[in-house]
Each structure stands twice: as C-alpha cells, then as structure tokens.
Design a protein around this ligand. Structure first.
Ligand code: HEM
Length: 60
C-alpha cells in the first residue's frame, strides 16, 4: 500500500501535518539530537506531506 492510500481516510490537514512535524522537532531537541540529523529527519518527514494530506485535500 502506498502512502496516499495508507493515510487517505485519516483526512490529515496540512496544518495538522505541520504540527506533528513541529512536535517531532521538539522531541528531537529534547533528546539533544544534533542539528544535522534533526534536519535530515524533518526533511524526510516533510518530503511526504502531499501524499499524507491528500485525503484532506480531496475533501476540500
Ligand atoms: C501527521 C502526519 C502523519 C500521521 C498522523 C500518520 C498516521 C498514520 C496512521 C494512523 C497510520 C495507520 C493507518 C492504518 O493502518 O489504517 C499510518 C500508516 C503509515 N504511515 Fe503515517 N502518518 C503521518 C505521516 C507519515 C509520514 C510522513 C510517513 C512517511 C515518511 C508515514 C508513513 C506511514 C507508513 C509507511 C504507514 C503504513 C502503511 C501500510 O500499512 O502499508 N506516515 N500513518
């Protein structure tokens, strides 16, 4: 199953996606993950925003 199908029914809004990304960032800070690795994780997460939020976009 692709990411679009896996998340479609969840109807995740772009703002909700961004807040989850911010929470991941705060968590990486809490565990003192260095900036380079933190950036890699957040970039990998953000790279899939369109696929993960497609269910919300279809409904609006
Ligand atoms: C706000 C952001 C996200 C939320 C709230 C979220 C939530 C979820 C939930 C609840 C499921 C389980 C769906 C089900 O079994 O019915 C799921 C599955 C999955 N998610 Fe996410 N997700 C998010 C972002 C992402 C991102 C950015 C990625 C990849 C970089 C990702 C990768 C996956 C994968 C691989 C699965 C399993 C798909 C499968 O069963 O084949 N998710 N997600």
């Amino acid at each position: 199953m692709g990411l679009e199908e896996a998340h479609r029914e969840l109807k995740i809004a772009p703002d909700e996606f961004d807040e989850v990304a911010a929470e991941v960032g705060r968590t990486l800070d809490f565990f003192e993950v260095p900036p380079a690795e933190k950036g890699e994780v957040l970039a990998a997460f953000a790279a899939h925003k369109d696929e993960v939020t497609t269910g919300y976009q279809d409904a609006h």
